[in-house]
Design a protein around this ligand. Structure first.
Ligand code: PLP
Length: 371
């Protein structure tokens, strides 16, 4: 069974991805997949819909138990249900955490290129934006941090698809602790590692790291339910948790009941589907890598170790600083522009789609590269 073979037409639905561009454009941009969700999720949503009242929802204690148990089972990370805070998403979560923790004049440090909402955080809260290259080592991180600043880690990394190892995370965490900085860890892509890799939550490395860390996760990416607006924070230090929760500020309110039902089903009965999805995504990644090597002159790509996102280096493709713009105009394909991630000459392609769709996308890019 290949989940990516189940891909209903999304045109004319409420899809952001499929409604942004003209109908002749093939959208391969925003990070959701063109795949039907796992049957247990569909069943759980139907069951919830059978009760026709949708008032404000309270966090379901059974879901908190399931999330805590999942951290133990998948990562050997001892998390208690009370450490888990349900949120409408990961982006509100890291903005809340920054608002709660980083004092005026402080900096937001992160690895660049970066997911656009990470690049926007400092501006939202009047703080100093301090990107460092994704290749920067722990010493460079420490040099960039002052007490009270935040390191906004994105692991696995969007857009490069890099999955940080325990060793590199330990070094990064030690830099943050030595500098007296906070760690805000966006681990939204944690269920999407390839080739037998295991995700390592940075907070799971040691209690003294956990005490300075806010971890953010969500079923949204791996189970393709981003539109249900649900994510969660894990904050193990009670005082830190209270501080972050005090910054909902009228903008981050209660959770989505349908999102909770879907998450419970995903985490209790979605395992087989996810286990089938990972090799299907890895096969798409390999197909794309092969095409880049043989059919896309001037394009380079490092194999992503995780995520369904490919970070394409088009600096030698002759398409200018915004190759996504050129490919949209000439090739009728919608990619994410590299400049939005702080990287002119690059573009991000979403390969979470059926293989024929990916092939069509490759053909459209190839047509623009022919001399
Ligand atoms: C790294 C990263 N963080 C956060 C998000 C979005 O999170 P949410 O929709 O839960 O706010 C995305 C979506 O693409 C992402 O790639």
């Amino acid at each position: 069974m290949n989940p990516l073979d189940h891909s209903p037409d999304r045109r004319g639905t409420d899809s952001t991805k499929w409604s942004r561009y003209a109908p002749d454009v093939l959208p391969m941009w925003v990070a959701d997949m063109d795949v039907a969700v796992a049957l247990p999720i569909q069943d759980a949503l139907r069951q919830r819909l059978a009760h026709p009242v949708f008032g404000y929802a309270a966090p379901d204690p059974r879901l908190l138990d399931v999330i805590a148990a999942r951290m133990g089972a998948r990562y050997g990370w001892a998390v208690k249900p009370e450490d888990v805070v349900l949120l409408p998403g990961v982006v509100p979560g890291f903005n809340m955490a920054v608002r709660a923790l980083v004092p005026a004049g402080g900096a937001i440090v992160y690895h660049s290129p970066a997911y656009p909402p990470i690049r926007q955080v400092a501006r939202h809260w009047g703080l100093r934006d301090a990107p460092i290259p994704v290749t920067a080592d722990a010493a460079a991180l420490q040099a960039a941090l002052s007490p009270g600043d935040a390191f906004l880690l994105c692991n696995p990394h969007n857009p490069t698809g890099h999955a940080y190892t325990a060793k590199s995370l330990t070094a990064l965490a030690e830099s943050c602790l030595s500098a007296g900085a906070w760690i805000i860890a966006d681990e939204i892509h944690c269920d999407l590692l390839f080739d037998g890799r295991r995700h390592v939550p940075i907070a799971s490395l040691a209690p003294e790291i956990a005490r300075r860390t806010i971890t953010l996760m969500s079923p949204g990416k791996a189970f393709n339910i981003a539109g249900l607006k649900i994510g969660f924070a894990i904050i193990q230090d009670a005082e830190l948790r209270a501080r972050v929760l005090g910054c909902r500020l009228g903008m981050v309110d209660s959770v989505n009941g349908l999102g909770m039902a879907a998450t419970h089903a995903a985490f209790t009965a979605g395992g087989a589907w996810l286990d089938a999805l990972i090799p299907a995504l890895a096969a798409n990644r390999d197909h794309l890598l092969q095409a880049v090597a043989t059919r896309l002159p001037g394009v380079r790509m490092v194999a992503p170790e995780a995520t369904f996102l490919a970070w394409l280096d088009l600096r030698e493709a002759g398409l200018g600083p915004d190759p996504a713009g050129a490919l949209l105009e000439r090739g009728r394909i919608g990619l994410n522009p590299g400049p939005d991630f702080g990287a002119p000459g690059f573009a991000r392609l979403n390969f979470g789609c059926p293989l024929p769709t990916l092939d069509e996308g490759i053909a459209r890019i190839a047509a623009c590269l022919k001399v």
